[in-house]
Design a protein around this ligand. Sequence first.
Ligand SMILES: Nc1nc2c(c(=O)[nH]1)N[C@H]1C(S)=C(S)[C@@H](COP(=O)(O)OP(=O)(O)OC[C@H]3O[C@@H](n4cnc5c(=O)[nH]c(N)nc54)[C@H](O)[C@@H]3O)O[C@H]1N2
Ligand SMILES: Nc1nc2c(c(=O)[nH]1)N[C@H]1C(S)=C(S)[C@@H](COP(=O)(O)OP(=O)(O)OC[C@H]3O[C@@H](n4cnc5c(=O)[nH]c(N)nc54)[C@H](O)[C@@H]3O)O[C@H]1N2
Ligand code: SF4
Ligand SMILES: [Mo]
Length: 729
Amino acid sequence: MTVRQTQTTCCYCGAGCQLLFTTDDEANKILDVHPVRGRTNDDKACLKGWYGWDFLNDPQILTKRLRAPMIRRGGKGAPLETVSWKEAIDFVAKNLLKVRDKWGPDSIMGAASARGPGNEPNYLMQKFMRACVGTNNIDHCARICHAASVAGSRQTIGEGAMSLSIPEIEDAEVIFNIGYNAAASHPVVARRIVKASEKGAFIICADPRITETARISNLHLPLKGGTNLALTNSMANVIISEGLEDKSFIQEHTKDYEAYREIVLDYPPEKVGPICGLDPADIRTAARRYASSKHSVILWGMGVTQFSQGVEVVKSLCSLAMLTGNFGRPSTGTGPVRGQNNVQGTCDMGVLPDVYPGYQAVTDPQIRAKFAKAWNVPSLPSEVGLQLTRVPERVVHEKDPAKKIHAYYIFGEDPAQSDPDLAELREALAAIDFVVVQDIFFNKTAMFADAILPATSWGEHEGVYTSSDRGFQRIRKVLEPVGDIKDDSDIICLISTAMGYPMKYKNSEEIWNEMIALSPKFTGATYEKIERQGSVQWPCYDPDPSDKGTMYLHKGGQFATADGRGIFKTSHYHPPTEVENEQFPLTLCTVREVGHYSARTMTGNCRALRNLEDEPGWVEMSPADCKAIGVATGDLVRVTSKRGSVITRCLETGRVRPGAVYMTYQWWVGACNELTISSLDPTSRTPEYKYCAAKVEKIADQAWAENEVVKIYADIKSAMGIAREVESR
Ligand SMILES: Nc1nc2c(c(=O)[nH]1)N[C@H]1C(S)=C(S)[C@@H](COP(=O)(O)OP(=O)(O)OC[C@H]3O[C@@H](n4cnc5c(=O)[nH]c(N)nc54)[C@H](O)[C@@H]3O)O[C@H]1N2
Ligand SMILES: Nc1nc2c(c(=O)[nH]1)N[C@H]1C(S)=C(S)[C@@H](COP(=O)(O)OP(=O)(O)OC[C@H]3O[C@@H](n4cnc5c(=O)[nH]c(N)nc54)[C@H](O)[C@@H]3O)O[C@H]1N2
Ligand code: SF4
Ligand SMILES: [Mo]
C-alpha cells in the first residue's frame, strides 16, 4: 500500500475550507479525510467537508457518473450512443459550426461552471466563446445568484466582491446580517458570526425566518418577504434624521448624497413598519446600532439578491455603509458572501457577458484590442452578450429565427434543475437545435443533450478556486480518474481546435499564467505565491513576494470607481412581481438546507448525506397554516403555483411567519423550481426565486401519495438510466 496525503480546497461552498486527504495510491482509494488549517477555516469543516467526497466512489445513489462520451448520432429524438472522443469532438464541432454558419455567432450560448472545474477551464471557456465562436454570450450561475451584488456594488463602490475577508467577521462590533443564512449555506462562516457574538458584537438579523443567526442575534427583524428596500431606506432615514451619519466621510469620499437623502427621507420607520410588518422602534434600534460603530459589517445573501429589486437593495446596502463611514479598515464593510466554491472565480475569469478576465469591459476598445492581440484574432465582439436567464426569452418567446438561440453549450451547470419555471426551461431546451452537456454526472439537463462530454471531477484534477473573499487557493488531484474521461480544459481545447481555433496547454499553470498576464488585478498571484502563502487575495498586482495580496478593499475610503469616490444610490420600494391572491393565498420562498448542495448531483451521491435527507424534501409551514388545512409534520402535501404542482412533505415550524412557506431546491420529486417565477431584476437579470404566490393542499389518501413519490422518483431515475445503487471502488 502506498499512502499519500494531499491537501485541497473543499468543492462545495465559497468558505474555501482546506481538507487533507489520505489515499492508497495503488488501490486508487480514499482512506481518510479531515479538515486542516487554512486562512478562512482555521482547522474546521462542516458535514459536507467531512462526508461530501463519497461521490468520487460513484455509488450511483442518485445518478450515474459519466464515463464515456455520448452523442445522438441519429439527431434529436435518437438514443444517446457511447462513442470515441474523436467522434464526439467532431460531432460537436461540426454542429456548432453549422449553427454559426447559418445563424451567426450570437445564436450560440455558453454556460460555464462555478463548481468543480476551477478557474483555468473557465478562462478557456470564455476565451473559446469569444475568440473561436465570436460571441460574448457566455455566462454562469452567478446570474441566478449574486449577479445583483456585482451590479449593485460596482455601481456604488466600484467592486463587486466582498470588501472584507471571512476571518475579519469575527472582530466586527456590529453585524447587520440580511437575507443570509450562514448556518445552512456556509457553516464555517457561521462560526465566525458566533465568535463575533461571543466577543461582544451586536448582531442584527433581518430574515423573515428564525434562522440560527436570528436565534443568536441581539435584534431579529422578522420582516415580511420582499420588503428589504423599505427597511434599508428606513434605516438610512433614521441615521440621517438623527444626525448619526459620518459627515466627513461623506464629504471626502463620496458623491450624489443629496439625491439619496431625498429618497430615504420618504421612509420614516412609522411608515415602513406596517410595510415590513416590523415595530418602528426596532427599525430605529437597528439603525442606531449599525451607525454606532466603525466596525459595522453587512453580510448578505440570496434573501437580498433573488428579487426583482435585488440590485436596488444592494445599492442601498453599500450606501448605508458609506453613510456611516464603514469602509476601508479591517472588520468593516460589505459582505455579499458568494455561494459556490468557485463562483467568485468564475466571475474573476470573465465568464460573464460584459467583462473579460479581471473585470475588464468588453465594450472598451483598448481592452478589446489587448485581448484580440493576446488571443491572436483580428477582432473580438464588442456587444455585451446574453445573460443565461434570458435563454427562454430568446428561444420560446422570440419569433424571429435570426434572433433565436440555436445552440447551447452547458458546461458544469444543471439548468433543468436549478433555473426558475422549469416547464418553460424544458420547452426551451427541447427547442434548441443543438445542446452540449459537459459534466461529471448525468444530470437533469443531460436528458436534453445532443452530445454529452464526460469530465474529470474535483479530486481528479489540478487548479485554483477563488473563495468568497477573493482568495485564490489550490485544488489538487487526489485520485486518478477512471474511465474514458478528460479534463474540462482539454475538452474545450479539442473542440476549439476542431473548429479551426487551435488551443493547447501543457497544464493548468500554463493557462493560469496566460490569464494573470492579461489581468492586472491578478498578475501578482502566481502558482508559486499561492502555493507558498496557501491563499492569495486579489487584487495582487505584483509577482514580487512583497505583494501578498489584499485583505480588505477600499483602504482609506478610496473606492474602485473611476474617480475614487463612492456613489450614493437607492430607489423607491415596490412589492415583488407576483403577490399572494385569492387563488394562491401563500407566498413561496425557496432556500437551502445544510446537507445537500444545489442540483445535488454530488451530495445526492454521498451515502452519509443521502441518509440524512432524501426525496421529496420538505415545505416549512407555520403552525397556523398547517392547522388551516389540517396537516402535520411528515404528511405529504401538494404545493401548487400558477406554473406547476409538486408533492413534498409538510414540516411544521414556529420559525416561519404565517402566510409564507419555504422549500429547498435540491429535490427532483419535490422540485420547487416547477413552481418558481422567472421574473427578473431588470439590471442583473437575477430571478425572483424568493417570492411567488402558491397554495398548499392536504392529500387525503396518504398511502397513494407515498406510492406516488416512490413512482415519480423511480420514473425520473429510469429516464436517466439509473437502475440501482451500486458500490464501486
Ligand atoms: N428555487 C431556487 N433555485 C435556485 C436557487 C434558489 O435559491 N432557489 N439558487 C440558485 C443559485 S444561487 C445557484 S448558484 C444555482 C446553482 O445551480 P447549478 O450551478 O445548476 O447547480 P450545481 O449543483 O452547482 O451544479 C452544477 C453542475 O456542475 C457539475 N459539475 C460539478 N463539478 C464539475 C466539474 O468539475 N466539471 C464539470 N464539467 N461539471 C461539474 C455538477 O454535476 C452539476 O451538474 O441554483 C439556483 N437555483
Ligand atoms: N448546504 C448548502 N450550502 C450552500 C448551497 C446549497 O445548496 N446547500 N448553495 C450555495 C449557494 S449557490 C449560495 S448562493 C449560498 C446562498 O446562501 P444564502 O444566501 O444563505 O441563501 P438562502 O438560504 O437561499 O437564503 C438566505 C435567507 O434569505 C431569507 N429571505 C427570504 N426572503 C427574504 C427577504 O425578503 N428579506 C430578507 N432579509 N431575507 C429573506 C431566507 O429566509 C433565508 O434564510 O449558499 C451556498 N451554500
Ligand atoms: S463550510 Fe463550505 S467549504 Fe467548508 S467544509 Fe462546509 S461546504 Fe466545504
Ligand atoms: Mo449561488
